[in-house]
Design a protein around this ligand. Structure first.
Ligand code: C2O
Ligand code: CU
Ligand code: CU
Length: 473
């Protein structure tokens, strides 16, 4: 058996107190295609099958399909509507969405809407599966601010493989308050789903996980390797979504061009925040505005991952086509974010849950508080409507992006220090680096019942770095 050190093989902390684990494996040249030879696709927007007075009804079928990911090759995938990534659902705050998920795959799957405030029975709990040939209706109330959410399978022990094969898509929640801001919208609002994959010589997806990570040599953006996209010399909103199984990205633009972050997982930040680089752990999202104004036609700007060499470090090329009118704005105040810290009872009166993250070397299993996931066990009870603190303590050498279902949270502090600006809005996934302690506050409103929380590095989640909380009245 390998030693713990060999198994983890992770580098020390890099920048901002975070270690980008797992460390990048040597990257091979991407198989076949020349860089930036395919146009960036946008996932198709799913049409409702019916619109009621208060509710939009959708149908999503999971099935096998053969699609073109690498240029000129066919790849067998498991997809929502047979697409990789799945179609995008566009929802509006306050208007309910019902998704009928029909499963035409020969095994059980389900759907979880990541980042959504949702009733427990519609949350895609890992024990609530849809068998082959069956269907299930998911009800999403959309009672939360505009945000870049995503849906994916959540089958226990199989989530990593299922997502790798394609079972994920976007769910964009809009609201009038966000629309009124005048941010770049419509064709100037581009979702960018980042997923790394490995392929066999014949173009099949090659899934080779261990308990620590699954890393691909090719980074797909909306399902294509190193695509290009034509842009006008104006502002664009980019919705950066890390839908990779294990890989973290240190994103930047070539030439050090600035990115203005306007939103994180759970929606708009209070104010825009200018950066030159942005780290995204699995399941994290960041919406940024990039301004190409002033760039001459023919200028090329590359979205890079500073943490990878070669093709895997050059993700997407923007080709500036020429001047373009730009009525968009990025206001200095984006959203009111009520402080959960201020809502906490003073001092020792606050309820604190502690989750210790670690590895059982003998069992080769990831754990929270020394236990692997067991859906029959409730690990923590929380009071509905009461803000409570969670201390996430990482004794380990790997970073664990910890995700809570049911309600976005706020980061209270990171190793006792205030969180960086990018973590000052609503989050649903937070990276806890080696030896770090992150405290978050969350208030679970409205729904009662059992929800999971877990590491979103998918091999960790599957083996079995997940626990269960119950919201009680
Ligand atoms: Cu992205 Cu438990 O989910
Ligand atoms: Cu989730
Ligand atoms: Cu983990």
């Amino acid at each position: 058996m390998l030693t713990r050190r060999e198994l983890l093989g992770v580098g020390a902390a890099a920048g901002a107190g975070l270690a980008l684990s797992p460390r990048v494996r040597p990257v091979r040249a991407s198989p076949g295609p020349a860089a930036f030879s395919v146009p960036l696709p946008l996932p198709p927007v799913l049409r409702p099958v019916r619109r009621g007075a208060t509710t939009d009804f959708y149908e999503l079928t999971t099935r096998r399909a053969s699609v073109e990911l690498l240029p000129g090759r066919r790849t067998a995938v498991w997809g929502y509507q047979g697409a990789f990534p799945g179609p995008t659902i566009e929802a509006v705050r306050g208007r309910r969405v019902v998704v009928r998920h029909r499963n035409r795959l020969p095994f059980a799957v389900n759907t979880h809407l990541h980042g959504a405030h949702v009733a427990a029975e519609h949350d895609g709990h890992p024990r609530d599966l849809i068998g082959p040939g069956e269907h299930r209706d998911y009800v999403f109330d959309n009672d939360q601010p505009a945000a870049t959410l995503w849906y994916h399978d959540h089958t226990h022990h199989r989530t990593s493989r299922h997502l790798y094969m394609g079972l994920a898509g976007l769910y964009l929640l809009h609201d009038p308050a966000e629309r009124a801001l005048g941010l770049p919208s419509g064709p100037f609002d581009l979702p960018l789903i980042l997923q790394d994959r490995s392929f066999t010589a014949s173009g099949a997806l090659r899934y080779q996980p261990d308990r620590f990570s699954v890393l691909g040599e090719v980074v797909l953006v909306n399902g294509r390797p190193q695509p290009f996209v034509a842009v006008g010399a104006r502002r664009y909103r980019l919705r950066l979504v890390n839908a990779s199984n294990s890989r973290a990205y240190r994103l930047r633009l070539s030439g050090g061009r600035p990115l203005t972050q306007i939103a994180s997982d759970g929606g708009l930040l209070a104010r825009p925040h200018r950066v030159t680089e942005l780290i995204l752990w699995p399941a994290e999202r960041a919406d940024v505005v990039v301004d190409f104004a002033g760039l001459a036609a023919g200028t090329q700007v590359v979205l890079e991952n500073a943490d990878a060499a070669g093709a895997a470090g050059r993700l997407l090329r923007f080709d500036v086509t020429g001047p373009a009118p730009d009525p968009s704005r990025v206001p200095e105040r984006l959203a009111e974010i009520p402080s959960l810290r201020a809502a906490l009872p003073a001092g020792a009166a606050a309820v604190v849950h502690t989750s210790r993250l670690g590895l059982d070397v003998v069992a080769q299993q990831w754990e929270i508080n020394g236990r692997p996931f067991d859906s029959r066990r409730v690990d923590a009870r929380v009071r509905r409507g009461r803000p409570e603190v969670w201390r996430l303590v990482n004794r380990d050498r790997m970073t664990h992006p910890m995700h809570f279902h049911n309600h976005p949270f706020q980061v209270l502090d990171r190793n006792g220090r205030p969180p960086p600006p990018r973590e000052r809005g609503w989050k649903d996934t937070v990276a806890v680096g080696p030896r770090e302690t992150v405290r978050i506050v969350v208030r679970f409103d409205r729904y009662l019942g059992r929800y999971v929380y877990h590491c979103h590095s998918l091999p960790h989640e599957d083996h079995a770095m997940m626990a269960q909380l119950e919201v009680v009245a």
